[in-house]
Design a protein around this ligand. Sequence first.
Ligand code: PGA
Length: 256
Amino acid sequence: MRTPIMAGNWKMYKTIQEALAFVDAVKEPLKTYPQAEKAICAGFVTLAPLAEALKDTQIKLGAQDMFWEEQGAYTGEVAPTMLQGICDLVIIGHSERRQHFCESNDTVNKKIKAALAHGLTPIVCVGESLDQNQAGETAAFVGEQVKAAFDGISAGQAAGIVVAYEPIWAIGTGLAATPEEANRIIGTVVRGTLTSLYGQDTAQSIRIQYGGSIKPDNVEALMKQPEIDGGLVGGASLKPEDFITLVRAAAQSAAR
Ligand code: PGA
């Protein structure tokens, strides 16, 4: 049985003050849902104060990116060694980073390896564009992204990685994939590729989230799908009451 993980991706939102106010609002209510893992992936400058605020909670903390080198002359970058001890997780290869910041399958792979080497759980994002989807290229493209991301990674390491299937056309658009379609791609393409790489046992143990316009009104149907092990959520993770609703749906899916 895979424990669902509901993670908020705050993107470039929330100052330190706003981030701390959010934690104050959610930390008690979220204690009701131990069946789901929950995480907040916040901007770099808010991570240290958030780590302090989350100390006695079950809410995990994630970064949204990092560089792969341990240290060096890389102005503006953040090293895995800087996140170690502060974060539990790190999002790698989000489509916004692939699109606006030149992330490639190769840099994604390097970052995953660096995260694992420093005890950080990667949330690895994959997903096709609208054009690729309409051209019927989803399976080939996403399958290739998964293969490239896991290149050189052992089965033991793979089991500790979280994958987020996020169709680009669904991110921030209000147009989520249907629960059935998200379930189908996650099962046949993402878990299918992982099965071909690592075999049934390992592939069945890897958690795969759906992401892209998850909202309080569609989260239950998505979380009910057997292949979907939680969500990576942007917009709807910014409001405490919405995030609590999302976590509740993930917890209920675990209890089924
Ligand atoms: P969204 O973003 O929930 O606002 O669509 C999801 C994501 O980018 O992870």
